[in-house]
Design a protein around this ligand. Structure first.
Ligand code: FAS
Ligand code: PHB
Length: 389
């Protein structure tokens, strides 16, 4: 089998790239390890930058998003009972869009199927060959038999645990990592959100986040120990702890209900350089990971897709290779700014096991400065709504 672009991974990165390429008549085959149902069962990101919304529109898959998504003009940061509202419109001239990653993925799968573009599910043993040659190809096993996919380029959109990053020789790769000494316990509940905007809450007991998917579906997170197990957290224990960490007014307004999803995610900052090796291009979580505090995981995958899509388009339409030659440089320039913002938000709002009294004073001073400084609020707002591509 042959295609122009072999895409490894049918998550949001691979699907969005595939749909954008398809709209320009560039053929791409997606190889996905799981079933579609498994991919759609994942509960992950909830906040979209305008850049991702624009890409969804360019991909022709924004109709439901534009009907159903919520627009948020700001967010609240709280520190025990002190609160500061960050006004995105005032400081960054933009809003953010609240629409779950699950729905983004669903819309992209629906469009891909309607277009008759090929996605091969439940592939095993994917291997990328000749990425540093002019004739790369991918082998994989499907239903027990070895297959080969010849291509012009390979897009490694297979997430943190995929094979693409490891295809780049260790002698070529440099990896940067920071593992945080805590995780996030997240639940989804069919209850009305506690507030019309998100609340990022820092308290002496740890961090909490009040988010949502729609007016009837709420998403909450608690900072938890890495030794915590989901099964050791009853719904009641979760709600009680959440009340202790969010501002009193919100705690009193909180509507609780049974969780319909509950999971613990570890937090890390991670970047691999370069994001390109020959005709292999890494996109999204395959190349970088951020702690979700800045709502940047999915959104930084989107900016990678933007750079790679335009690079491939110029190659095929104009025989101009500057975009693909500079892909890694351009993608990483934005990735590192996103890594910094996500690390900063995480460091500001979480409690760290080895934190000293001085460290706590630094957090309090940062929040105090934020609450009184338009400049500081503008810096946070502009990073949160999304830096330019
Ligand atoms: P993904 O990991 O989503 O997709 C990669 C795909 O490749 C998967 O479908 C996988 O099955 C497939 N794959 C892997 N190996 C393969 C192989 N060898 N062959 C074929 N296919 C293979 N971001 C936020 O902004 N906010 C959040 O709250 C948030 N919560 C998260 C919670 C968890 C548990 C995780 C893991 C991530 C979270 N993220 C969050 C980040 C998340 O949204 C990612 O940034 C986003 O999924 C990135 O999309 P992809 O790059 O497509 O990677
Ligand atoms: C979510 O709704 O899942 C969400 C929102 C904002 C974040 C992280 C997660 O920073």
């Amino acid at each position: 089998m042959r295609t122009q672009v072999a895409i490894i991974g049918g998550g949001p990165s691979g699907l969005l790239l595939g749909q954008l390429l398809h709209r320009k008549g560039i053929d791409a085959v997606i190889l996905e390890r799981q079933t579609k149902a498994h991919v759609l069962s994942r509960i992950r990101a909830g906040v979209l930058e305008q850049g991702l919304v624009d890409l969804m529109r360019e991909a022709g898959v924004s109709a439901r998003l534009e009907r159903e998504a919520l627009l948020h003009d700001g967010t609240i940061l709280s520190y025990d009972n002190d609160q500061v509202h960050i006004d995105f419109r005032k400081h960054a001239g933009s809003a953010v869009t609240v629409y779950g990653q699950t729905e983004v993925t669903r819309d992209l799968y629906e469009a891909r199927e309607a277009a008759g573009a090929q996605t091969i599910f439940q592939v095993e043993g994917v291997e990328i060959h000749g990425a540093d040659s002019d004739a790369p190809y991918v082998t994989y096993v499907k239903d027990g038999s070895e297959q080969r996919l010849d291509c012009d380029f390979v897009a490694g959109c297979d997430g943190f645990h995929g094979v693409s990053r490891k295809t780049i020789p260790e002698s070529v790769r440099t990896e940067y990592e920071k593992v945080y000494p805590f995780g996030w316990l997240g639940i989804l509940s069919e209850t009305p959100p506690v507030n019309h905007e998100l609340i990022y809450a820092s308290s002496s007991r740890g961090f909490a986040l009040c988010s949502m998917r729609n007016p009837h579906l709420s998403r909450y997170y608690l900072q938890c120990s890495l030794s915590d197990k989901v099964e050791s957290w009853s719904d009641e224990a979760f709600w009680d702890e959440l009340r202790r960490r969010i501002p009193q007014e919100a705690a009193e307004a909180l509507v609780t209900g049974p969780s319909i999803e509950k999971s613990i995610a570890p937090l890390r900052s991670f970047v691999t350089e370069p994001m390109r090796w020959g005709r292999l291009f890494l996109c999204g979580d395959a190349a970088h990971i951020v702690p979700p505090t800045g709502a940047k995981g999915l959104n930084s995958a989107a900016s990678d897709v933007h750079y790679l899509y335009h690079g491939l388009l110029s190659h095929y339409q104009d025989k101009d290779d500057e975009g693909i030659e500079r892909y890694s440089e351009k993608a990483l320039a934005r990735v590192w700014k996103v890594e910094r913002f996500s690390w900063w938000m995480t460091s500001l709002l979480h409690r760290f096991p080895e934190q000293t009294e001085f460290d706590l004073k630094m957090q309090q001073a940062e929040i105090a400065y934020l609450s009184e400084s338009d400049v500081a609020q503008a810096a946070l707002a502009r990073n949160y709504v999304g830096l330019p591509y």
